[in-house]
Each structure stands twice: as structure tokens, then as C-alpha cells.
Design a protein around this ligand. Sequence first.
Ligand code: NAD
Ligand code: WQD
Length: 356
Amino acid sequence: MVKQSEQSYVLVTGGTGYIGSHTVLSLLENGYMVVVVDNLVNSEVESLRRVEKILGLDWEIPFYNIDLLEYEKLDALFKKYNFHHVIHFAALKAVGESVEIPLRYYENNFCGTLNLLKAMQANMVNNIVFSSSATVYKYIDGSRFKEDSPLGCTSPYGRTKLFMESVITDLYQTTVGTESEMNVVFLRYFNPVGAHPSGLMGEDPGQLPNNLMPYVAKVAVGKLDKVHVFGSDYDTRDGTGVRDYIHIMDLARAHVYSLDKIKQGCGLRIYNIGSGCGYSVLEMIKAMENACGHKIPFVVDKRRAGDVDTIVCDPSLAEADLKFTVQYTLDDICKDLWRWQQLNPDGYSKENRDHV
Ligand code: NAD
Ligand code: WQD
């Protein structure tokens, strides 16, 4: 089979989604060529049009509407392109929903990843960056998570991440010392937030966001009435939950650094990707008020099931080994999020596209 060209590509699964699309932008900025696969279950291809606009491209980013559950289509794509690396974002990601419909999550995230690994193996593609999550860590009061902290999760979503780390590790072990030795990077993201500084790209979570910052942004722009603060009796400085928020463009850059690491022949690496700083819910609301210049109404509600006091990473391994540190501040996060939310109050929806 003759490949489309000898040009080497990065296959980005889930590349129209929030983290995927910002990473596509960073990859292109850093000289990588990409092919995006997504079934658009939680995103719109408009995100790639925005990447093209920001970069002033006069060509379209190659996009294929393929569900990872469709092995034959995936395999055909691997035969068409010369992939050197895969960055695997595609997954369903709502923790609460995963408790309600676990089989869908297991099938989508688990079987989708198996198909991808099978296609990689069949087509001799040995390099993968896998989107993992802070959720794989077992919660231990007060400690900052290190990559070798105990693992264990409490939701079907979390288990799909933990299980896929094990599956990829098992596959990696079979290749050690062979000609097709794999290079694998697991990035355990903490809380990705914010938007591209242009205001053209950001997170598009639909009407009722599950996560704090997209919800705060929708209240700030007047699309929702008030923020519901889930509990004020946590063991934290102001009683509200503390998390490790990271700007989406910092997170995107971590993927570029991971490919650079893979090129050195890194074997299997695991990195926490966060800032190492924790902010409470009330601090995040306050920071967003500063960015938008007006008060953001909130009420204190009861705790959300499964939430804990504090989740903050120790980022020192990524700093030492990947040379990755965050560059954007909390102010940047809120200013960029506010710019995106103001310019795109309905996300990437069609009505909004003529205005940007
Ligand atoms: P997202 O929903 O915006 O992006 C995921 C993309 O995958 C979507 O575009 C969706 O349409 C696509 N997709 C899902 N199932 C698919 C399938 N079977 N075939 C093809 N495409 C499929 O989510 P995101 O926030 O960009 O997350 C990207 C990755 O990072 C996910 O793996 C997620 O679990 C992980 N992650 C996210 C966070 C977070 O807070 N956003 C934190 C830690 C880890
Ligand atoms: C942050 C803080 C809430 C919403 C989730 C997943 C995790 C990872 C990242 C994928 C908490 C509080 C929230 C609201 C609130 N995703 N909150 N009102 O729970 O840290 O992490 O996203 O891998 O697996 O669990 O993020 O943004 O939902 O919550 O008070 O409307 O904000 O209680 O303290 P979380 P979040």
C-alpha cells in the first residue's frame, strides 16, 4: 500500500475536543503535521477552523469523522498516512455520567483505546502520548500527588483511565528490547481551564457545565444565574474545595514536550501536569470577578458526592525531566476564559460563528 506521502504525521484522536484542539494548535506552531480523528460526540469541527484562523493557514487540517470503535476505518487511516506518533485524547470524560452509564464509558474508552493500540501495532506505530488524569490517584488527606503515589479511583471514568494505563504498560513491556520498542508518555492532567489568548478557541461544554470554571464563566456572561459552591465545610483555608488549575495552553505545550521526549527514545514515562498551586472555589470566583470586572453571584450548596478537600500535584518530575513549567498565571487563566466566553457566549454554535 502506497502511503499518501512520506511526510510524517501525528495522529490526534479526540483532536476537535477542548484539550485536543488547543494541542493541535501547539503542534502546528511547533512544526508537527497532524491528522485529527474524532466522532464529534462532544465537540465540533469548528474548533479546527479556529486553529486555521489563528495560524492563518490557507489549507484545512486533515480531519476524519471516525469512531474509535470502528476498527476497520481506523486501520485504513493508518494505512493511508505515515504516522510516527499518536496523541490519544478521545474519551468520554464526565465523572458523574460515568456512574450512571458505566457500560458506555467502558465500551467507549476501553474498547476505543484497544482498537487504537491494535491499529498502532498492526501498522508499526510505536509512540503514544496518553491523556490520563489526576483521578487515577488514591486520595490521601493533605498530600501532594507524586507520580509514584498510590493509585486507586472511585468512578467508572477513573477506572477507564487507570485500566488503560495498565493495558498500555503491558503492551509496552512486550516491546522492550525489540526492534519495535514503544515510547509511551502518560500525562496525568490536573484541572485544565482557560482558553486560547485570542478568544477564538476555548472549552464548549454545552448548556450546563459539570466543571467549576466553565460554569463560573457562564454565570459571568449572564447565561446562568449563579454559581453553586459545592460545600464550604472542607478542611481548607476558606472551607471550599482546593484544586490545581492549569491553563489550557500550558497543558497543550506539555504534549509538544512529550513528543520531543519520545524522539529521544524515552521508554515509558509518567508525568503530572499541573501547576503545583492550589486555589479554592471562592478564590477562583474572585479571580474571575477581577477578570470580568463585576460580581459573580454564588450560593453555598451541599457537597457534591465523591468530592474531596484538596487535589494538588507535585510537578517536579515534569519540571526536571520534561523541562515543563507553567507560564500562565491565574489572572491569565481568567482573562483568557472571559475573553473566550464574551466573544463566544454559545461556544462554537453556528449562530455565533459570523461574529468572530
Ligand atoms: P473533550 O470531550 O472536549 O474531548 C474528547 C474528544 O474525544 C471529543 O471531541 C469527543 O468527541 C471525542 N471522542 C470521544 N469518544 C470518541 C470515540 N469513540 N471516537 C472518536 N472520538 C471520540 O474532552 P477534553 O477535556 O478535551 O479531554 C481530552 C482527554 O483528556 C480525555 O481523554 C479526558 O479524559 C482527559 N482529561 C480531561 C480532563 C479535563 O478536565 N478536561 C482532565 C484529565 C484528563
Ligand atoms: C473543582 C472544584 C468542586 C462545580 C474533575 C474530574 C477529574 C478531572 C478534572 C478528568 C471542586 C467545585 C465544581 C460547581 C463547585 N477530569 N465545584 N461548583 O472535580 O476537581 O475534577 O475534572 O479527568 O477527574 O473529577 O473539577 O471543576 O468539577 O471541580 O463548587 O458547579 O469546584 O466541588 O471543589 P474536579 P471541577
